[in-house]
Design a protein around this ligand. Structure first.
Ligand SMILES: O=C(O)CCC(=O)C(=O)O
Ligand SMILES: [Fe+2]
Length: 281
């Protein structure tokens, strides 16, 4: 590292410590994103092949090109058969291309720098891939919405809640219109806050969420992330944040979430230490 790069790293680290979040430009290898896109396209086509004949012919007659397939194509698939959209999302989350990205050394280096630990001490927990169809599909949007929370309220084991980070990587440019994350600046400084547990669908006791009350959220300045393709966002585990609504008519918001912790942190808690009566997350 030359001294200019060194200084930049120090400034970035200070910003992260102050605000609890950071955007790191050009740190996600485009080759990994391209490989993942290839897998996504293939999954959409595999899924479309399972449509009933009429629907399959209608899908194929739209002749989606590579770009539109990932947006209009996935939307058309969802309209024809929501279960096949699930097949694409689950397949993508379990794909080799997904783990290739998760394991990328440049992403790990950015996470280690924000945490302030050695890459050799990095732990990864619950890497996730999220798909937000346009918010006009309200039923689906409601099910995947996340009210204001700290990551530390969901992930208590195999992490260090006090120093862990979430790396947030959109596949395409993602700003407020696409439903980029809302964050409460500097909220991580208050440590772990009290959350209430709610079910988004109470009658079925499904879609459990943790939530910080509105009056606590109101104490902070709320900002929206704006992350370009190839860039990544990093948030502290105690930073208050929530998902946004994808207001685009025909664009899908695809996002990778990778949670990293320092395995040597004083508060790192292995899953084996979980007591039986504690919630399973
Ligand atoms: O990407 C998003 O909109 C929010 C995801 C999130 O906060 C989470 O999964 O914990
Ligand atoms: Fe979160």
């Amino acid at each position: 590292m030359d001294s200019a790069t060194d200084k930049q790293a120090v400034t970035q680290h200070r910003l992260f410590t102050e605000k609890g979040y950071l955007t790191v430009p050009q740190s996600v290898p485009l080759a990994d994103l391209a490989a993942f896109e290839t897998t996504l396209r293939r999954l959409i086509r595999h899924a479309a092949a399972r449509l009933p004949e009429q629907a399959r012919i209608a899908f194929e007659s739209q002749n989606f090109d590579d770009e539109r397939l990932l947006h209009d194509g996935l939307i058309a698939l969802y309209q024809a058969a929501p279960r096949l959209e699930q097949y694409v999302v689950d397949g993508a989350l379990n794909s080799y291309a997904f783990y290739r990205l998760v394991a990328n050394p440049r992403i790990a280096a950015a996470a280690a720098e924000a945490i302030g630990c050695d890459v050799a001490d990095l732990g990864v927990v619950a890497p996730f891939f999220r798909v937000d169809l346009p918010g006009r599909y309200t039923e689906l949007a409601r099910k995947i919405s996340l009210p204001f929370h700290q990551e530390s309220s969901y992930y208590r084991y195999n992490v260090s809640p006090d120093s862990g980070v979430v790396v947030w990587i959109p596949l395409f440019d993602c700003g407020p219109a696409e439903g980029a994350l809302h964050v409460c600046e500097a909220s991580h400084r208050d440590g772990a806050l009290a959350h209430e547990g709610v079910y988004l669908i109470p009658e079925e006791k499904r879609h459990y969420r943790t939530r910080v009350p509105d009056d606590v959220v109101a104490r902070f300045k709320e900002v929206r992330l704006n992350v370009k393709r190839g860039d990544l966002g990093i948030q502290h585990f105690h930073l208050l944040h929530r998902s946004g609504r994808n207001d685009r008519e025909n664009r899908v918001r695809y996002t990778f979430l990778i949670r990293f912790s320092n395995l040597g942190a004083a508060d790192y808690r292995p899953i084996s230490w979980r007591t039986e009566n504690e919630p399973n997350h």
